[in-house]
Design a protein around this ligand. Structure first.
Ligand code: C2E
Ligand code: CA
Ligand code: CA
Ligand code: CA
Length: 277
């Protein structure tokens, strides 16, 4: 019995050691990725369902890892969010989105670019100044950007973020509540927060055709959006039938593989020429 206990102990120690090593390696890799220009933003169009026009794009982070290939944010954002690394990455994302926005504007494309912001970035205190400085550096108005904050990030400390959101609001930066429906929003807070857009989480869209409950949740979110005078965007739209259901239910905008996967910045102009007239 003593020996078995010893083995178990050794096993856990080994496992912990491996996990720690993996984390530290990933963290070092990721720090290097920023300075080595291995990070990229891809952009996914948002479509206005009534007019079938593009209203803007969402910037989604990618990591072109030298040996492991293209990494989706799910592979590294959660780790980065555990420490201050997400703030360095977040600053890079804002700067890069500004750079791309300036290029598009020079081409005559006035695209609103939505950026995903982590809870930790809201807590750093200088997010507003940071965004304004980076926008100014590229000669674009802050109002060409939009911020996507998850419902759970906002509801962590709704009173604490209100001042910051108001600053953005006054600069014309619209605020979207991401993954809406998956958290536990208090209606009282939702009504008071200076927000502009609700993004219906992909999970509800996924089953909306087959599952009456999910279709009902979508309708409830749309009604809520209407009564709070918020625009509603559905994410993860993959089929015509989902798009039709959303449109019939009064949803304003949609985003998903049906229209486009996230594309490198250079490819967006070509996509737009093909898809708009
Ligand atoms: P999100 O903000 O909810 O982004 C939507 C995710 O759904 C993206 O995954 C997008 O590629 C994917 N998607 C879009 N349309 C469809 C569809 O029709 N079907 C399916 N199956 N998926 C679709 P992605 O790019 O892997 O990003 C995952 C999450 O990582 C994002 O979820 C966001 O929370 C986070 N993220 C991405 N970029 C950033 C960033 O720059 N900063 C921060 N803090 N988080 C980011
Ligand atoms: Ca998002
Ligand atoms: Ca989302
Ligand atoms: Ca999501």
């Amino acid at each position: 019995a003593k020996e078995a206990g010893g083995n178990t102990y050794r096993f856990f120690r080994q496992e912990m050691l491996e996990r720690t090593t993996r984390r530290l390696t990933l963290e070092m890799d990721l720090r290097r990725a920023i300075s080595n220009n291995e990070l990229e933003l891809h952009y996914q169009p948002k479509i206005d369902l009534a007019s079938n026009t593009v209203t803007g794009v969402e910037a989604l982070l990618r990591w072109r890892h030298p040996t492991r290939g293209m990494q989706a944010p799910g592979e590294f954002i959660p780790l980065a969010e555990e420490n201050a690394l997400i703030c360095d990455i977040g600053a890079w994302v804002i700067g890069e989105a500004c750079r791309q926005t300036a290029i598009w504007r020079a081409q005559g494309l006035d695209l609103k670019v939505a950026i995903n912001i982590s809870a930790r970035q809201l807590e750093t205190g200088d997010l507003y100044q940071q965004l304004c400085a980076l926008a100014h550096q590229r000669g674009i108005p802050p109002s060409s950007l939009e911020l996507e904050l998850t419902e759970s990030a906002l509801m962590k400390n709704p009173e604490g973020v209100t001042g910051l959101l108001n600053q953005f609001r006054q600069a014309g930066v619209r605020i979207a509540v991401d993954d809406f429906g998956t958290g536990y929003s208090s209606l009282a807070y939702l009504r008071r927060l200076p927000i502009d857009i609700l993004k219906i989480d992909r999970s509800f869209v996924l089953d909306a055709i087959a599952d009456e409950d999910d279709a009902q949740i979508i309708k409830t979110i749309l009604a809520l959006g209407q009564s709070l005078k918020l625009a509603v965007v559905a994410e993860g739209v993959e089929s015509e039938s989902q798009a039709a259901l959303l449109k019939a239910s009064g949803c304003d905008q949609a985003q998903g593989y049906l229209y486009a996967k996230p594309l490198p910045g250079d490819d967006i102009e070509a996509w737009l020429t093909q898809h708009t007239h």
